[in-house]
Design a protein around this ligand. Structure first.
Ligand code: SF4
Ligand code: SF4
Length: 227
């Protein structure tokens, strides 16, 4: 894959130094996107809006919030930290599943202080950094261009849709794992297969194939004009 499939670029919004995402290539994958973002976060110029020190070191505010999961996040975490558990057991132990009517939300479990279960309480570092979920990989508390923000939301949400489909399938034999419910009325047909189905790694997922056409066009064109 070309180095230029995805580029993270400076963006200025409301007089703040933020981040834009430029997509140059129809074959750009989610792995290209997260790699480009990792590199920019290390060296690029942008303002961290939620840190007193301007650094992530010693902060971790964002590890105390809702962390929605994708199908690949769960596959990877299960492989790395819990290969002996079956999926329902994994859901039970490491996630928090909320059902409200037909809506389902699958997030990482939090501890009794409402912090992510993978945040080391002593060092305040991520215990699963290499396998951290997509929403963690793509978050930085800076000003995002509107199209970068919309793209991120769409990728995470479509990956969570596939995870809900897998959760539904995995619960058909022994019952669904649910941690919190309000008038639950889940319908399996609400969660059809999508581009994520059958994929096990982020380098298999082309961004163009996930985004609706109008968002793809917006990301490519507007990204080029906001720098
Ligand atoms: S990205 Fe998260 S850890 Fe880093 S400064 Fe912002 S809120 Fe804190
Ligand atoms: S998985 Fe790691 S980066 Fe993500 S919220 Fe938990 S501790 Fe933070």
């Amino acid at each position: 894959m070309s180095k230029k499939a995805v580029e993270i670029a400076p963006y200025t919004g409301e007089n703040l130094d933020g981040i834009d995402v430029l997509l140059y290539n129809d074959n750009a994958t989610i792995a290209d996107y997260t790699k480009a973002l990792d590199a920019y976060i290390l060296k690029g110029k942008f303002t961290r809006l939620r840190s007193n020190t301007g650094q992530c070191e010693g902060c971790n505010i964002c590890c105390q919030e809702r962390i929605p999961l994708t199908s690949i996040d769960v596959r990877r975490l299960k492989r790395e930290i819990a290969p002996d558990l079956d999926l329902p057991q994994f859901f039970q132990r490491y996630t928090y599943i909320t059902v409200e009517g037909r809506a389902v939300d699958i997030t990482l479990a939090r501890d009794c202080q409402d912090k992510c279960i993978f945040l080391d309480p002593h060092t305040h570092k991520c215990l699963i950094y290499e396998a951290r979920p997509l929403v963690c990989r793509t978050y930085i508390c800076t000003k995002l261009s509107p199209q970068a923000s919309e793209m991120r939301d769409y990728l995470v949400n479509s990956g969570e849709d596939e995870l809900v489909r897998i959760w539904w399938e995995s619960g058909q034999e022994k019952g669904l794992v649910i941690h919190e419910a309000d008038d639950p009325a889940v319908i399996g047909q609400d969660w059809p297969e999508n581009v994520w189905t059958g994929k096990t790694n982020y380098d298999e997922l082309k961004i163009k194939e996930i985004l609706p056409d109008n968002l793809w066009e917006k990301v490519k064109k507007k990204g080029e004009s906001c720098v």
